[in-house]
Ligand binder design. Sequence first.
Ligand SMILES: Cc1cc2nc3c(=O)[nH]c(=O)nc-3n(C[C@H](O)[C@H](O)[C@H](O)COP(=O)(O)O)c2cc1C
Length: 180
Amino acid sequence: MRAIVVNESMYGNTRQVAETIARGIDPAGNVPSLPVSKTNGINPAELDLLIVGGPTHAHGLSRESTRNAARTTVTRSAGDLSLEPDSAGMGIHDWLTSFSGVEGRAAAFGTRFDAAALLTGRASRGISRLLRASGFELAVESESFLVDKATHLLAGEEHRAREWGARLGAIPPEELGSGE
Ligand SMILES: Cc1cc2nc3c(=O)[nH]c(=O)nc-3n(C[C@H](O)[C@H](O)[C@H](O)COP(=O)(O)O)c2cc1C
C-alpha cells in the first residue's frame, strides 16, 4: 500500500500521533510520516491512501495567526512546551487547498483538548472537508486524539492511534483502488 501520513504540529503531539498511526498501518515502518512543510514533491494522486492530521486551533484548522499565537505561548510557558523544528511554513489548510481533482482515498485526524467536541471544535472536521473538496473519498470516519490542559497526550491515546492506523492498514487493496 502506498500510504503517507502528513501532519502539522506545533508542539509535537500531532507528530507523535502521526508517527504512531504510520506504525499502525505498517509495523515494518514502510509508511512515512512527514510534516506538511516537507510535502514538496509529494503527488497525492500517486498514493493509495493519504492520511492528514493537525492540531485544533480556535475550534478548527490552524491559521497563520493561531500558529503565531502558539509560538508566543511557547515563550511564555517556562520551558514546558517546545516548538517543533518543522512547524514553520505552511499549514495543512494551505497544502490541502493547493490541489484538486484527486481521485483517491484519504483519512483525517486531529488533536484537541479533552472536552466535548461541541466546545473544543475539531481540526479533523476541517481536514475531512478539505480532503473531500480536493476530490478524495474518506476511507474511514475521522478521529480525534486528546491532550490535557498542559498539552500532553492523554494516557491511552497512543494506543488508540496505533489501533486506528491498524484499521487503515487492514483496508483491502481493492477498496483502495490499488488491487491487481
Ligand atoms: C492558538 C491555539 C488555539 C487553540 N485552540 C483550541 C481549540 O479551540 N480547541 C481545542 O480543543 N484545542 C485548542 N488548542 C489546543 C491544541 O489543540 C493543542 O495545542 C494541540 O492539539 C497540540 O498539538 P501539537 O502538539 O501537535 O501542536 C489550541 C492551541 C493553540 C496554540
